[in-house]
Design a protein around this ligand. Structure first.
Ligand SMILES: Nc1ncnc2c1ncn2[C@@H]1O[C@H](COP(=O)(O)OP(=O)(O)O)[C@@H](O)[C@H]1O
Ligand SMILES: [Mg+2]
Length: 415
């Protein structure tokens, strides 16, 4: 989500409740959905998810509370007006696809447009564009029965996208699909969402799906929303024991990001501090490399002990001439599973940079492994690498103390 999208809410539920006889299916649900976000409602079967989502597009009249969609309060709205809001603002994708069996793929996708009275040539053109978008090009003339479950749901998604509403409601839309197809659909949904900027309200009973898709997740239990938060907030700060138990089996590597595991960088020097400062830092931290920062903490690269030692011995002063760019850098939103792949084959910690390329933290591989195993990483000093320094501490110390190598203009420049 971009910052401007975060400013405005497109759907608001206030004190929503629905009672069937004596059964309170939804109790006092309040939340705001932001324009352009994927808002997931997660809970076990029977927790009230479908009842909730049906109140959001007016399919069910709430017993209490109200829903506002794109500025219009839909509760109590006459049927014709309600249809108008739905047509303009909200479309729905169902678990069991709900395709018209005797219509081809393209006619299914174009169906909503037909209902809206869009002329044939235009609706076929729009449907074709959507069909390409959802990865069904070439299947325009197939019947639903000729398609796999995954493809049928692409048609369902295509039909919802074709009507070009701002909001997509998806009720267990991927729950009937095989796990591999399902993951593929989840990835594609995220892609489509960022491409088209839709607001998606996605219902699931699957925690991993919720964590993967959701910008925010509302956790439901027995009709109540018990927590609303980002996947990371829900994992790291569950509102109660129920949520904590619920999330205990989640695949953390796919949810936790660099931001939640990074630590302050210690083995760091500024480029102007020079090789003596770099050498002293490495000796003090018993590391074989140190990160080098330019102005405003912008990340410049890495220097290794051997090169630094050589510079000091030769009386050279410019770290830039030995800067290497073999450190892996990431932004703070990269998930741990990706970090693991990136850390393979590098002996350096991963450097975490902000969008202005400033170093905001580091992730040593041990920290990454600890986060995966969910164990504490309080190991005290964590050196910049786990491999043994290639130069002994005493050699570094000797070099630093050697009066013939002393350069007073550089001494202490980094402290
Ligand atoms: N039309 C209905 N009539 C009576 N009870 C219903 C109806 N729809 C849902 N319920 C009840 O409301 C509760 C919540 O159901 P639902 O919203 O379908 O949950 P979920 O989608 O989370 O599985 C359940 O106890 C269910 O039996
Ligand atoms: Mg349901």
């Amino acid at each position: 989500m971009t910052e401007s999208q975060q400013q405005s809410s497109i759907l608001t539920a206030t004190g929503l409740g629905k009672t069937f006889g004596k059964n309170r299916a939804v109790i006092d649900a309040s939340f705001d959905v932001q324009r352009g976000e994927i808002f997931v409602v997660m809970g076990l079967s029977g927790s009230g998810k479908s009842t909730l989502i049906r109140m959001l597009n007016g399919l069910l009249e709430p017993t209490s509370g109200s829903v506002t969609v794109a500025g219009t309060t839909i509760s109590g709205l006459p049927a014709a007006k309600l249809r108008e809001v739905r047509k303009r603002s909200v479309s729905m994708v169902f678990q069991h696809f709900a395709l018209l069996p005797h219509r081809t793929v393209i006619d299914n996708v174009a169906y909503g447009l037909e209902i809206q009275g869009v002329a044939k040539a235009e609706r076929l053109e729009r449907a074709n564009t959507i069909i390409r978008l959802v990865g069904l090009d070439g299947r325009q003339n197939s019947l639903p029965s000729q398609l796999s479950g995954g493809m049928q749901q692409r048609v369902g998604l295509g039909r919802a996208l074709a009507s070009d509403t701002d909001i997509l409601l998806m009720d267990e839309a991927f729950s009937a699909l095989d796990p591999l197809i399902r993951r593929e659909m989840q990835e594609q949904l995220i892609e489509l969402q960022s491409e088209l900027g839709k607001t998606i309200i996605f219902i699931t009973h699957d925690l991993n799906e919720a964590m993967f898709l959701g910008d925010r997740i509302a956790v439901m239990r027995d009709g109540r929303i018990v927590q609303i938060g980002t996947p990371e907030e829900i994992l790291t700060d569950p509102a109660n024991d129920y949520v904590a138990q619920f999330v205990q089996d989640v695949d953390r590597a796919r949810v936790l990001t660099a931001a939640s595991v990074m630590e302050p960088a210690r083995s760091v020097v500024t480029v102007t501090a020079g090789p003596r400062a770099a050498l002293r830092t490495m000796r003090d931290l018993q590391s074989q490399a140190t990160f080098v920062l330019g102005r405003d903490r912008t990340f410049a690269g890495v220097v290794r002990d051997r090169d630094v030692l050589r510079q000091v011995k030769r009386g050279e002063t410019d770290l830039r001439s030995i800067l290497l760019d073999d450190a892996t850098t990431v932004t703070s939103d990269v998930v741990i599973s990706e970090l693991v792949e990136l850390s393979v084959g590098s002996d350096l910690p991963i450097a975490v940079l902000d969008d202005r390329k400033r170093l905001i933290g580091v992730i040593p591989r041990v920290t990454l492994l600890a986060a995966l195993g969910n164990v504490s990483t309080h190991t005290g000093e964590i050196p910049v690498t786990e491999t043994i320094a290639t130069i002994t501490v005493s050699e570094m110390t000797d070099t630093l103390l050697d009066p013939t190598l002393l350069d007073p203009t550089l001494e202490g420049a980094d402290r």
